[in-house]
Ligand binder design. Structure first.
Ligand SMILES: [Zn+2]
Length: 480
């Protein structure tokens, strides 16, 4: 009997233990599940409106983006993101539009130090009497460092996160891009004439080959490229040489193309053809070609540009200022040409403000075609974001807010009187916003500007150095 009771008691305590064990394991499972629900990310950025610029034109009201290791891991309603992710840092989106960083498809960054040096002159007078002599005298590594820093500061301020550059001392410039945190395709210029640091084609091209071959980018944000200046400053055989090397090294090419009417005359005289046909004949379109301007394409050439997937960069301010003309952008878009937007250098603009290019691109074509329906706002914004990314061949990385893309994001403030009221968020971005409305700039998940404060550059120091160099240029101009 005693034995039976003892046995019963043992069974009972065993059952109790089992129940306790079950409850404990259940609670461990429950705790584990709630920990799993909130995944750790580096950054969550909110937006009153998240304008994704994806192909389906998705705009999320009260949305957010989660970022880990520089990559977008989730895009959704803010509530969904908050429930699923825990971030080391969160950026508020109240009264702000969150959109992809802008892409400047064509510029000569360090030329910001020539900003406003000489205006209102015919292109050839401006080049031969001002730009070329001043470049010969002043462009050296110190100029590049100061100019790049100023340009990067301006671009970060205005929400440009990627740019395609064409300027001298590429290694020095690339160092500055790495340091300031932006993303760039850096075109090493080659030209048949003497240029800063070079006597002519041979040394400028061999330096370009060395740059494309050897330039390493620890961050992956700098992509080296070939930049033959233009079909009228680089001979046919040299253009063919660039094509061969670009093919061998699998590098993109960027060039000026069909910009000015004088170029059409010169190419006709030399090769009895048109600039676009000519660069195609030289093999430049057999690789990723980013062509700036393209103001004067024929219908046949527009078809060529579309067929060869050439990225065409529209630079409306520069084309107006140098009186190059107005590119037939609506026609090129209708034919399926990959179109982006650019500022060109600040010597012919005179700034690196992509919002001005967006606005101009949306307006001038309506005016010249007497048709208010051409270049709708969404089309133009696309040229500065996802369309621009396709044009420069980086759409696998940037251009829209989508899972798997690099986190290149900007926030635009909606609190200004010029942004009030708001009926259509895309309309505001194109027709009302300006660079001073940008409050946050993020590249690769790193915040480069927060609430107007720069994280990677000392704005005061950058301006001081730029003004020092400008003082020397002013002195040289006075002595002319
Ligand atoms: Zn240019």
């Amino acid at each position: 009997m005693f034995m039976r009771i003892k046995f019963k008691l043992e069974i009972l305590s065993y059952v109790k233990l089992l129940i306790l064990g079950f409850i404990m394991s259940l609670s461990v499972q429950i705790t584990g599940a709630s920990a799993k629900e909130k995944q750790m990310v580096d950054l969550i950025v909110h937006g009153r409106y998240v304008v994704t610029m994806t192909d389906d034109n998705r705009v999320i009201e009260n949305g957010a983006v989660a970022v880990r290791d520089g990559v977008i891991v989730a895009v959704d309603a803010a509530q969904v993101i908050e429930e699923a992710y825990q971030a080391k840092k969160t950026v508020s989106g109240e009264d702000r539009i969150l959109l992809p960083g802008l892409i400047n498809g064509h510029t000569h960054t360090a030329m910001v130090l020539f900003r406003g040096m000489a205006d209102d002159l015919a292109l050839m007078t401006w080049l031969t009497e001002y730009i070329f002599p001043m470049e010969g005298q002043f462009v050296d590594p110190e100029f590049i460092e100061a100019g790049m820093r100023l340009a990067c500061l301006e671009m970060i301020r205005g929400g440009t996160t990627t740019f395609v550059d064409m300027y001298f001392y590429g290694d020095r410039g690339a160092d500055e891009v790495e340091a300031c945190g932006l993303r760039a395709i850096m075109g090493a210029p080659s030209i048949d004439f003497p240029s800063p640091g070079f006597t002519g084609w041979e040394d400028s091209f061999s330096a370009a080959v060395a740059f494309v071959k050897n330039r390493k980018s620890p961050s992956g944000r700098v992509i080296p490229a070939f930049a033959p200046h233009a079909p009228y400053t680089v001979s046919a055989e040299h253009l063919a040489e660039v094509s061969r090397m670009a093919h061998e090294l699998n590098a993109p090419i960027t060039t000026h193309l069909s910009e000015d009417r004088a170029e059409l005359v010169q190419i006709k005289e030399r090769y009895d053809t048109t600039p676009i046909q000519h660069v195609k004949n030289m093999g430049l379109m057999n690789h990723k070609l980013i062509a700036a301007h393209v103001v004067h394409p024929t219908d046949e050439e527009i078809k060529i540009l579309a067929d060869y997937k050439v990225g065409v960069i529209h630079n409306p301010t520069s084309n107006l200022k140098t009186a190059a003309g107005i590119a037939p952008v609506p026609k090129m878009l209708a034919q399926g040409v990959l179109m982006g937007l650019g500022t060109d250098g600040a010597a012919s603009n005179n700034d690196l403000d992509m919002w001005e290019e967006i606005r101009l691109a949306a307006l001038i074509h309506k005016g010249v075609q007497y048709d208010a329906t051409v270049m709708p706002a969404e089309t133009v914004l696309r040229m500065a974001t996802s369309g621009g990314a396709k044009a420069i061949g980086l759409d696998h990385l940037v251009g829209d807010i989508a899972v798997g893309k690099r986190a290149d994001l900007i926030q635009v403030d909606l609190s200004g009187p010029h942004m009030t009221p708001l009926y259509d968020v895309i309309s505001h971005l194109v027709y009302a916003a300006s660079s001073s409305d940008v409050v946050t700039t993020i590249v690769d998940g790193h915040i480069l500007m927060e609430e107007g404060h720069f994280m990677t550059l000392d704005a005061k120091e950058v301006r001081k150095k730029a003004n020092e160099i400008a003082a020397r240029i002013t002195e040289a101009l006075a002595a002319k």
